[in-house]
Design a binder for this molecule. Structure first.
Ligand code: 2F8
Ligand code: CA
Length: 138
């Protein structure tokens, strides 16, 4: 991986130190040949949040159609898989009244063996973010 990027299971990850809204975070990743992180396993989720007590945007939103979650890189959103593994925090996604279409890692509501679980939050909020690209796409 390039300088400042961290390798895990054939991906390189960049953890931002600044905060941005969800759309600008994704644009920042795209400008570096990556996307906001797409989480495909509990292992990956635990790796990216281990020892980090912060919120991070991930590459999942239902901006286009409410209730239809989609990953920024077009990976399939496997509802049964994510429910089985309880990747969402209890009661999430709840599209809280102000409207919440973008997913973030919430270390405060982790359950079971996961070190963080997901919450949907307003896309305009500013959080740190995580970019991911394949180790073969440098
Ligand atoms: O704990 C549930 C709820 O907590 C907050 O709302 C009170 C979050 N809101 C923001 O982050 C803006 C909700 O997303 C979350 O569902
Ligand atoms: Ca929510």
């Amino acid at each position: 991986c390039q300088k400042d990027w961290v390798e895990f299971q054939r991906s390189c990850y960049l953890f931002s130190s600044s905060k941005l809204d969800w759309t600008t975070s994704e644009s920042n990743c795209v400008s570096m040949g990556s996307h906001l992180v797409v989480i495909n396993s509990a292992d990956e989720q635990n790796f990216i949040v281990r020892n980090r007590k912060e919120f991070f945007w991930i590459g999942l939103s239902d901006i286009i159609v409410e209730g239809q979650w989609s990953w920024v890189d077009g990976s399939p959103y496997n509802l049964l898989f994510f429910l089985f593994w309880r990747f969402w925090s209890p009661g999430e996604p709840n599209d809280a009244p102000q409207g919440e279409d973008c997913a973030m890692l919430d270390y405060q509501k982790a359950t079971g063996s996961l070190t963080a679980t997901w919450n949907d939050a307003p896309c305009s909020r500013q959080f740190k973010w995580i970019c991911e690209k394949s180790i073969f796409a440098q």
